[in-house]
Design a protein around this ligand. Structure first.
Ligand code: SAM
Length: 238
């Protein structure tokens, strides 16, 4: 490995390698998230109907918020995360529910090597912002390599849609909103996100996706922060 290569194990911002953090994750997130609904919304957004023969790779799967539901609809799930503590939470749920079609891999966007057949769908939710922009671009290129031609890339993450000049007001308003629905602990987590993690502007992400061989099918954001991109692999980069 080159000495200049990014070390994904150095968690920026919230430390998901921490066991306590991982154990508390679902309790915290379920104050403002409904995993089952999120999964159903994603399936609708992607207009997917016949999923039984499809494979899905979830990069930064965390505690399996989406992967657990996806396992019931898809043929095969690859669930990858850099944090062993988060993966362990996901594995525990899979065992409880007797799910046997998820392959869990403790690896990151940059270190994961997909050795099986290319997948039909790659998704990543609330995870890509852990990489600085240069490394996001490399991660997207790697996704190109792992996805079938014409396959789907679904990205859901905090991506900024405001004009740079508006940043103070837009960020403060967004943080106040989350504090009102999820409390002060989560407010602190969002402050950490903005300060120490690597969410970036939408035009940067859009350009990166194009350069990695993806075309846009659909995008949406309700609040100018939480963003979904539905892309198709239209160019082979390797
Ligand atoms: C906010 S959580 C999101 C988890 C899950 N996708 C969800 O929707 O609940 C972010 C996850 O990204 C993981 N992560 C951070 N850096 C990563 C990397 N370089 N490669 C893969 N996963 C990473 C963290 O360990 C954590 O589980």
């Amino acid at each position: 490995m080159n000495n200049w290569f990014f070390n994904e194990l150095n968690h920026c911002g919230v430390d998901y390698s921490n066991k306590k953090q991982a154990e508390d994750y679902d309790n915290q997130h379920q104050k403002f998230r409904d995993y089952e609904k999120e999964f159903a919304d994603m399936i609708n957004f992607l207009s997917l109907s016949n999923t039984k023969e499809l494979s899905l790779l979830d990069l930064g799967c965390g505690t399996g918020a989406i992967a657990i539901y996806a396992s019931k609809l898809f043929k095969k799930i690859y669930a990858v995360d850099i944090s062993e503590a988060m993966i362990n939470q996901a594995k525990r749920k899979a065992v409880n529910e007797e799910i046997d079609n998820i392959e869990f891999v403790n690896a990151g966007f940059l270190s994961y090597e997909h050795s099986s057949e290319k997948v039909d769908i790659i998704m990543t939710k609330a995870a890509l912002h852990h990489l600085p922009d240069f490394w996001k671009q490399i991660a997207l290129l790697k996704m190109n390599k792992m996805l079938k031609m014409g396959g789907i890339l679904y990205i859901s993450d905090v991506i900024y849609h405001f004009e740079p000049i508006e940043y103070t007001e837009r960020i403060n308003t967004w943080i106040s909103h989350f504090e009102s629905i999820a409390g002060s602990k989560f407010k602190a987590e969002i402050e950490t996100h903005i300060r120490d993690e690597y969410s970036t502007f939408n035009w940067i992400i859009e350009d990166m996706l194009k350069r990695a061989g993806f075309s846009f099918k659909k995008s949406r954001t309700n609040d100018g922060f939480l963003t979904e991109h539905y892309c198709i692999k239209t160019e082979e980069k390797f």
